[in-house]
Write a protein that binds this ligand. Structure first.
Ligand code: F6R
Length: 681
C-alpha cells in the first residue's frame, strides 16, 4: 500500500511538473535580474485542458555544470571562465549570480555561453563581488529558455540557487508554494529550492540561521541533486549539498571553489576534496566545513589533481575533439603505465582478491554509448583469453531485464565520466544481487568507482569534446588489462603469453601515432563525398564494434543517418539499402590473423561494390587483396586481430569530424542535443 501511495504521489508530481513543462513550449520570455529583483512578470498559468496532452511528457531535467566561488578575486571572472570550461557538461543555457553587500545580481540566457557573456557585457558593473554561483544546463525535456536557465531566485530576492539533478517531489512542492501565494517563474523542478530556503530563513525555528535553513530545505527534497545556495545576508558564504550527483571542492589560498568537476577550478588550484553522499559544504574564503544532512560533522577525502590547465585547453587545435584524437597515443600509454610490474598484471585500487578473481563464473560488462562499444571488445578479449562467458549489456536495459547475477558474477562497469546515471544504477543493481563490480573510469573519485568494489582508472586526461575519442581508446586498453588480469589469476594464459600480449599492447601508442597521419586523407575523402544523407559501416569480429563506433561518431557529429552492421548480416536485410554512390566504410580484419574472416569480408566488399556503393576501406599495410575494391583505402599499421580496433577506430573519428565540418557543423565539440555527462536516466 505504501508503495502504491508512493507511486501515485510520484505520478501526480510528474503530471504537475509536466504541465508546467508544457508551458515552456508555448511561452518564452527573457529573464534578467539585477539587485536581487527579477524584472520579468510571472506568466499566466496554463489551462488544465493541456493535462491530457502531456500525460506522457517527462520532467524538465537539468544535468549540468555547476560552479561556486568565494575568495579574493572577482567572482564574475572565475565563474565565467569555469562555465566556459564546463560548457561540455551542457550548453542549452547558462547563468550566474554574484552576491555582494546585501544584494545580488543574476544574469542568465538560453543558448550557448556566449549569449550569457553578451548579456553581462551590457551591465558589467552590477556583477562586481567576491562570491558567486554559476550554472550551465542541459535539459532532457522542456524547451531551454531564459526562464528555465539557472540560477533561480526566491520570490523575495534574498536567495539564489543553482541545481543539477532531479527534485522528484518538485510537483508537490510547487503546488504547496503556489498555495502560499508564491508565483513560480520557471518550468523547472529546481526553482522550489530557492523559495523554500527564503521561507525557512524568513520565519519559524530556523529564522535568520543560514545553515539551519539549508538543512530544513534539504529535509524536504527527494531525488538526486547538487545545489549551491547563496543568501544576500551572507555575502562571503556558499552552502552546497550533494546527493547522488557530483560536487568537488577546490581549496585555494584565501579562496574556495565548488564544481561539478575539477575543470571548474583547475586554473587556480590542484588541491581538491571529494565528498561522500548526502554531504553539506559551507564554503568561505578561509576554507570549508562539512556536515551531513542532519548537521553532524563529516570528513571529505583530499586529493591532488594530476592534470593541468593545458590539458583542458585546446593547445593550438581548432577543437577539443581534434586535440583529443591526437592525444590518443598518450591516453593509451598512460592507461597502460604501471599495470605490468615484475612480469605481472596489476590493477588499481581494489577490494577484489585473487580468490574473487578465480571464483567468477561469468562476466557482465555494462556501459552506454561508446563505452558500450569498448565493452563489446572486452567480450571478444576476455572470452578469448579467459574462456569464461561474457555478457555485454547497454546499462539502461540491464537492471530492467532481471539479469542472472550472483556473487560469482563480475560486473565490469565502463564509464568515462563515472557519473552516467544508467551505468550507476546498473552498478547498484549488480551489487544488490551480490555481484562484484569493477569500474573502468576516467574520472577520479566519481560516483561509479566510489560505489564499485574495484576500479581501474583510464588515464586519458580530461575529455572535453562531447563525442568520446581518447577516452574510448583508453577504455579499450583498460578492458584488455582487466582481461589479462583475469587470465593471469585464473591461469588461462601462461606468464609468457601474458607478456606477449602486453608487449603488443605497449606497441599500440606508437602505431596510433602513425595512424594519426591519415587526417589529411580523411579530410580529402570528406570533401570528395560532399553532401551525403546516409553512410553504412561494416565490420567482422572485432571490426564490428569498430563499425558501430564509427557510425555513432558520424551520427552525433554530422547529424547524418549512419548504421554499423556485422558484414555477414548484410545479405539478411541491410543490403537492400545499398544504392548508387552510397558511401560504405568497411573495416577489414588482418589477413594474417583470421584469414577466413578476411576472405569473407573481401567478398562482402565485392557484393556492395557490385550494387553501386562507394567503399572506404580500412585495411592493414600489406593487404593487397582489398585494393581492387576500394574507392578509398586508408592504411593502418599491422597488428594482431584483437589489437586492430585500437588502430582502426582512429580514421573513423577523423572521418566523422571532417564530414561533420563539410556538412556545416562547425562546433564539433558540442553536437546538438548532447551533453558530456548523462546524469539522468
Ligand atoms: C559518444 C559518447 C557517449 C558516451 C556515453 C557514456 O561519443 O561519448 O556515447 O560514451 O554517454 O558516457 P560515460 O563513458 O561517461 O559513461
Amino acid at each position: 500500500m505504501a508503495e502504491y501511495r508512493k507511486v501515485t504521489h510520484q505520478f501526480s508530481a510528474f503530471v504537475q511538473v509536466s504541465l508546467q513543462n508544457l508551458r515552456g513550449w508555448f511561452s518564452e520570455s527573457s529573464t534578467y535580474t539585477a539587485g536581487g529583483r527579477d524584472l520579468r512578470q510571472p506568466e499566466e498559468s496554463l489551462h488544465h485542458g493541456y493535462l491530457k496532452v502531456i500525460a506522457f511528457a517527462r520532467y524538465s531535467v537539468p544535468m549540468c555544470g555547476i560552479v561556486g566561488y568565494v575568495g579574493h578575486q572577482q567572482a564574475l571572472d572565475v565563474i565565467t571562465e569555469a562555465l566556459r570550461r564546463m560548457e561540455y557538461r551542457g550548453y542549452d543555457s547558462s547563468g550566474l549570480t554574484i552576491v555582494e553587500d546585501g544584494t545580488y545580481a543574476t544574469a542568465k540566457a538560453a543558448g550557448k555561453l556566449q549569449h550569457l557573456l553578451d548579456k553581462l557585457d551590457e551591465n558589467p558593473e552590477s556583477f562586481s563581488g567576491h562570491t558567486g554561483i554559476g550554472h550551465t544546463r542541459w535539459a532532457t525535456h522542456g524547451r531551454p529558455t531564459d526562464a528555465n536557465a539557472h540560477p533561480h531566485n526566491s520570490f523575495d530576492g534574498t536567495v539564489s540557487i543553482v541545481h543539477n539533478g532531479i527534485i522528484e517531489n518538485a510537483g508537490a512542492l510547487r503546488a504547496a508554494l503556489t498555495e502560499q501565494g508564491i508565483s513560480l517563474r520557471s518550468d523547472t523542478d529546481s526553482e522550489v529550492a530557492a523559495h523554500l530556503l527564503a521561507l525557512a530563513y524568513n520565519d519559524g525555528p530556523t529564522a535568520g540561521d543560514f545553515k539551519a535553513s539549508v538543512l530544513a530545505v534539504l529535509a524536504q527534497l527527494e531525488g538526486a541533486f547538487t545545489i549551491l545556495f547563496v543568501h544576500v545576508n551572507h555575502p562571503g558564504e556558499i552552502y552546497a549539498a550533494r546527493r547522488n550527483t557530483p560536487l568537488i571542492i577546490g581549496v585555494g589560498q584565501g579562496e574556495t571553489f565548488l564544481g561539478s568537476d575539477v575543470a571548474a577550478f583547475i586554473e587556480y588550484t590542484r588541491d581538491a576534496v571529494e565528498l561522500g553522499q548526502d554531504t553539506v559544504v559551507h564554503a568561505t574564503a578561509e576554507g570549508y566545513s562539512l556536515c551531513d544532512f542532519a548537521g553532524n560533522p563529516v570528513e571529505g577525502k583530499a586529493f591532488t589533481i594530476d592534470w593541468d590547465l593545458a590539458a583542458a585547453e585546446k593547445g593550438g587545435y581548432d577543437s577539443f575533439m581534434m586535440k583529443e584524437i591526437n592525444e590518443q597515443p598518450a591516453a593509451v600509454r598512460d592507461t597502460l603505465t604501471g599495470h605490468f610490474v615484475d612480469g605481472r598484471i596489476v590493477l588499481d585500487e581494489q577490494d577484489l582478491t585473487g580468490a574473487d578473481m578465480r571464483s567468477f563464473d561469468k562476466v557482465f560488462v555494462v556501459a552506454c554509448g561508446s563505452a558500450y562499444h569498448s565493452g563489446l571488445l572486452a567480450k571478444y578479449a576476455i572470452e578469448h583469453w579467459v574462456r569464461i562467458p561474457v555478457e555485454i549489456e547497454v546499462a539502461s536495459e540491464f537492471r530492467y531485464r532481471d539479469p542472472v547475477l550472483d556473487k560469482r558474477t563480475l560486473v565490469v562497469a565502463v564509464s568515462q565520466s563515472g557519473e552516467t546515471a544508467d551505468t550507476l544504477e546498473a552498478v547498484r543493481h549488480a551489487k544488490e544481487q551480490g555481484a562484484k563490480v569493477l569500474a573502468v573510469c576516467n574520472t577520479f573519485g566519481a560516483q561509479i568507482p566510489r560505489e564499485s568494489d574495484a576500479v581501474l582508472y583510464t588515464h586519458a586526461g580530461p575529455e572535453i569534446g562531447v563525442a568520446s575519442t581518447k577516452a574510448f581508446l583508453a577504455q579499450v586498453a583498460a578492458n584488455y588489462i582487466v582481461g589479462l588480469a583475469l587470465a593471469q589469476e585464473r591461469g588461462t594464459k601462461y606468464p609468457d603469453e601474458v607478456l606477449d600480449i602486453w608487449t603488443e599492447l605497449e606497441a599500440i601508442p606508437e602505431k596510433v601515432q602513425q595512424v594519426l597521419a591519415c587526417e589529411e586523407q580523411c579530410l580529402a575523402i570528406a570533401k570528395e563525398l560532399g553532401a551525403i544523407r546516409t553512410m553504412l559501416f561494416l565490420g567482422r569480429g572485432v571490426g564490428y564494434p569498430v563499425a558501430l563506433e564509427g557510425a555513432l561518431k558520424l551520427k552525433e557529429l554530422a547529424y547524418i543517418h549512419a548504421e554499423g552492421f556485422p558484414a555477414g548480416e548484410l545479405k539478411h536485410g541491410p543490403i537492400a539499402l545499398i544504392e548508387d554512390d552510397l558511401p560504405v566504410v568497411v573495416v577489414v580484419p588482418s589477413p594474417r590473423g583470421r584469414e577466413v574472416l578476411h576472405s569473407k569480408i573481401v567478398s562482402n566488399i565485392q557484393e556492395i561494390r557490385a550494387r553501386g556503393a562507394k567503399t572506404i576501406v580500412i585495411a592493414e599495410e600489406g593487404d593487397t587483396a582489398v585494393e581492387p575494391y576500394a574507392n578509398w583505402l586508408i592504411r593502418i599499421p599491422q597488428a594482431s586481430t584483437i589489437m586492430q580496433p585500437l588502430l582502426a577506430t582512429v580514421p573513423l573519428q577523423f572521418l566523422a569530424a571532417e564530414i561533420a565540418q563539410q556538412c556545416g557543423n562547425e562546433d564539433i565539440d558540442k553536437p546538438r542535443n548532447l551533453a558530456k555527462s548523462v546524469t539522468v536516466e
